[in-house]
Design a binder for this molecule. Structure first.
Ligand code: GLU
Length: 491
């Protein structure tokens, strides 16, 4: 990469909702691209729509980005020389930019009433014509226009687009050359009659003044790009390189939305996905390292990311694959990391406090090998292991019917109790295994019958993590108490 133009990219969310999966992927690409090119990653909050934006959403977006580990070099909280980084703090900048366009003769006031514009639009549509503004105020004599402004006549400001240009063409890194005939473009509004600047105007002013070299964003903005190029040109600023990202689809082939379930980063956080796994999965949703790699850590991403490996075709969000990636990261955590990540879920469900975990650390770490192959997310752990907590356990009806209710099982539980009561029996899974198999042999029954009866009596369910390791964790006393409590249900 040439070192003449410093790489500066930005993620520019509108705080009209939570940070969602699509936005997070855009942020990841910008962040990774900045790192891979020793560039600067800027966060800019596009909060000029007062009805749809909120400070809570801004705070939430910031929280989610931080949780994902996508830290920015310039932006809210961090600061930077080219701020402020909230658009609502930049209105004076937009006033100056409009003045610059006026001086350059590239903006003009439009006095058309909204109703009049609406009627013209309807008429054009009815006549099957492109409903662009007819530019009727474009040639009003500047002195007359000035008088009307001074007299207080309501007006907007429009961009005077260069009509002698046949078309606008640009080279999008992902989409290739995009050409739009100029006749399809409007002398669009830059500043509304209430003085508020429009998105297509402010985004260019900010990108230009923040010296953004590459605009990497969702392809829902592809159609805005020709208009924005005209704004850069009218202001006399260089145009950044654009890279538009194809959308993310749900499994039904439709654009990923709330209909498909959780789409916000926060919802994935609560569901127990690890930030590293989500970043990994989203990075590879539309970008590939080599067409094969499925597990990629942040450091590799930060050195290897390149725009030329972004795919133009829409990517399908595959929850199962995300689960698989998340499980791979859970396995990587090891028992200590696993317990740390699990702790908030233990606390939230009232199973254990941080102090309890600290006190019985190795007991919690021993749970890790029992569950890591069986869960995909942190929130799946508690339902699987809550039988290990507390003195008693509630028995699942079906499991009782299948494994305890049969004739002779009461007697079997008595024998098991007698066996486990023996203080000479080491409370350790291998010793327990040998003893219980011996009992099965003695009674001439399959070991499975013994194990299943014991499993239901102690865990409440016929499907549970490995029995003997679980008994180790429960301890002799609790195991015997549970056997006692299960006896009335046995046949
Ligand atoms: N604020 C815009 C959005 O959230 C993004 C604008 C841009 O990236 O140019 O859709």
């Amino acid at each position: 990469m040439s070192n003449q133009t410093p790489i500066r990219v930005r993620f520019a969310p509108s705080p009209t909702g939570n940070l969602h999966i699509g936005g997070a992927r855009t942020a990841i690409y910008n962040w990774a691209f900045a790192h891979a090119n020793e560039g600067t990653f800027v966060l800019r909050i596009e909060d000029t729509d007062p009805l749809r934006s909120s400070a809570e959403n801004t705070a939430q977006i910031i929280r989610s980005l931080r949780w994902l580990g996508l830290n920015w070099d310039e932006g809210p909280e961090t600061g930077g020389e080219l701020g402020p980084y909230l658009q609502t703090e930049r209105f004076d900048t937009y006033d100056k930019a409009l003045a610059r366009l006026q001086e350059r003769g590239n903006a003009y006031p439009c006095f058309c009433a909204p109703e009049e514009l609406h009627n013209k639009r309807e008429a054009a549509l009815a006549a099957k014509q492109n409903p662009v503004y007819d530019r009727c105020c474009r040639d009003i004599d500047p002195d007359e226009a000035q008088q009307r402004i001074v007299a207080g006549e309501p007006h907007t400001w429009r961009l005077k687009i260069p009509l002698d240009r046949g078309a606008i063409s640009f080279d999008d890194t992902v989409y290739g050359t995009v050409t739009v005939p100029l006749e399809q473009l409007d002398d669009f509004i830059l500043v509304r009659s209430d003085g508020k600047p429009t998105y297509n105007f402010v985004v260019c002013v900010d990108d230009a003044l923040m010296q953004i070299s590459h605009v990497i964003r969702g392809d829902d903005h592809l159609s805005n790009t020709p208009k924005q190029i005209l704004v850069y040109e009218a202001l006399g600023y260089p145009t950044p390189q654009f890279a538009h990202l194809s959308m993310i689809l749900g499994s039904d082939g439709k654009r990923l939305s709330k209909r498909h379930g959780a789409t916000s980063v926060e919802a994935y956080q609560e569901a127990g996905y690890l930030p590293e796994a989500l970043v990994n999965y989203l990075a590879l949703l539309g970008w590939s390292l080599d067409g094969e790699t499925t597990i990629i850590d942040a450091d590799t991403l930060k050195t290897q990311f390149s725009l030329d490996r972004i795919s133009k075709s829409p990517a399908v969000f595959d929850e199962k694959k995300l689960d698989w990636v998340n499980q791979s990261y859970l396995k990587e955590l090891g028992s200590a990391g696993f317990v740390d990540a699990w702790l908030p879920y233990l606390e939230a469900d009232g199973l254990a406090t941080a102090a309890k975990v600290a006190e019985k650390r190795s007991w919690f770490e021993d749970i890790y090998p029992l569950v890591v192959e069986r869960v995909h997310t942190l929130s799946e752990i508690n339902p699987l292991v809550n039988y290990l907590f507390g003195e008693t356990v509630s028995l699942d009806e079906k499991s009782v019917e299948k494994c305890l209710a049969g004739e002779g099982t009461g007697e079997l539980l008595e024998s098991i109790t007698a066996l486990l009561q023996d203080e000479n029996l080491k409370w350790e899974h291998e010793a327990l295994d040998t003893a219980l198999r011996g009992l099965a042999e003695q009674r001439d029954i399959k070991p499975k019958i013994v194990f299943q009866a014991l499993r239901v009596a102690t865990s409440g369910n016929m499907v549970s993590p490995p029995l003997l390791e679980s008994l180790e964790l429960l301890g002799r006393e609790v195991t015997l108490a549970r056997l006692e409590a299960a006896k009335p249900f046995a046949g």
